[in-house]
Design a protein around this ligand. Structure first.
Ligand code: MN9
Length: 292
C-alpha cells in the first residue's frame, strides 16, 4: 500500500544566511511556518536547494534541527543526508532519526565514478543503519550518476526503500517506476514539468520553487485530481513564466531574491554562487511578483 501521508507537495527548503554567512535559523523557521500555513504536506530538508554541498556537517545538522523545531507535527519531514562518504551520510541519518524525521533521502555518491555495486552498498548501508524509510534521490543532471530503471528497481523492491524523487525529464522512467512498483512513492523533481509528472503517475512533488509558490502546486495537483486539466495547465503556465525568470539569474539565487521581496531576509547563496545585481533582482521581481 502506498503511504498516503507522504503524498503531495513538499518544498525543498532553501537555506537563509545572515550577513556573516552563518545559517539564519530564525528565517529558516519563518519560511517553514509560512509554508505549513499554506497547507504543504511536508518538507524536503537539506537537499540540493538547501545548498547541502556548500554546508559543513555541523551546518547540515543545524538545518535539520531548525526545521524540526519550526514545523510542528502536522507535516512529514524528509531529511536529505546524501554525501559522497557513506559514514558521513549515516551520521546525518542517525541524527535525523533522533530529531524525529519521518524519512531520509540521499543522492547517489558522486565525483568519483563509483560502480553501481558501490552505490548500491552505500544505499543499503544507510538503510540498514537507521530505522527510517529511505527515498532514493535521482538527479543525474547534477550528480552525474545515471541509474537505470533496473538499478533503481533493486532499491524499490526492498522494503526499506519508500520510493524515488525523480529529478529528470525521463518521464518514461517515472512511469516505469510506478508500473513496476505501484506501492512505492514517486516524486516529481522538476517543478516546471509537474503536470507531466502527474500524468505519468507521480504521487507528489519535491521542489525548490515551492518555497514561495507552494499554493500554485497544491492547486495544480488538486485540479489534476478533479480532472480539470485546462485549469491546471493555466496554473502551470504561470508557474513556468516565473521559473523561466528564475533560470535566467540562477534558480536558488532568484528564489532567495523573491523571498526577500516577500519579507524574508534570505541573504545570498553561498560562494562560489555569485550574488545577484540590483538590476537582476528588479527585473526578476517585476516578472514574478505580479504572478504570485
Ligand atoms: O529538487 C529542484 N532542483 C534544484 C528539485 O533546485 C537543484 C527543482 O525544484 C528545480 O529547482 C526547479 C527549477 O528548475 O524545477
Amino acid at each position: 500500500m502506498i503511504d498516503e501521508k507522504f503524498q503531495g507537495i513538499f518544498p525543498a527548503l532553501l537555506t537563509p544566511f545572515d550577513q556573516n554567512d552563518r545559517i539564519n535559523t530564525k528565517v529558516l523557521g519563518e519560511i517553514t511556518a509560512y509554508n505549513v500555513k499554506k497547507g504543504v504536506d511536508g518538507f524536503y530538508v537539506g537537499g540540493s536547494t538547501a545548498e547541502a554541498f556548500l554546508l559543513t556537517e555541523a551546518e547540515r545538522l543545524q538545518v535539520l534541527e531548525a526545521v524540526r523545531n519550526a514545523s510542528g507535527d502536522s507535516v512529514r519531514l524528509i531529511a536529505h543526508v546524501g554525501c559522497i562518504s557513506t559514514a558521513q551520510a549515516i551520521r546525518l541519518a542517525k541524527r535525523a532519526r533522533e530529531l524525529g524525521y519521518d524519512a531520509i533521502s540521499a543522492v547517489a555518491p558522486f565525483y568519483y565514478k563509483f560502480s553501481f555495486a558501490e552505490i548500491k552498498q552505500y544505499y543499503f548501508d544507510i538503510a540498514s543503519a537507521v530505522d527510517l524509510p529511505v527515498l532514493i534521490y535521482n538527479f543525474p543532471a547534477f550528480s552525474g550518476v545515471s541509474l537505470t530503471v533496473e538499478n533503481i528497481g533493486e532499491f524499490l523492491s526492498d522494503d526499506r526503500f519508500m520510493g524515488v524523487k525523480h529529478t529528470s525529464s525521463d518521464y518514461f522512467a517515472m512511469q516505469q517506476f510506478k508500473a513496476l512498483y505501484p506501492d512505492k512513492l514517486v516524486y516529481n523533481g522538476y517543478d516546471e514539468m509537474f503536470m507531466a509528472g502527474l500524468a505519468m503517475g507521480a504521487d507528489g512533488a519535491i521542489g525548490s520553487t515551492f518555497n514561495f509558490m507552494a499554493e500554485k502546486f497544491i492547486r495544480i495537483r488538486q485540479l489534476f485530481l478533479e480532472n480539470k486539466l485546462d485549469e491546471a495547465k493555466a496554473v502551470q503556465q504561470d508557474a513556468n513564466t516565473i521559473i523561466r525568470a528564475l533560470c535566467k539569474v540562477g534558480v536558488m539565487q532568484g528564489e532567495k531574491a523573491v523571498l526577500d521581496a516577500l519579507g524574508f531576509d534570505m541573504g545570498p547563496a553561498r560562494a562560489p554562487f555569485a550574488p545577484l545585481t540590483a538590476e537582476q533582482k528588479k527585473e526578476l521581481c517585476a516578472t514574478v511578483l505580479p504572478l504570485l
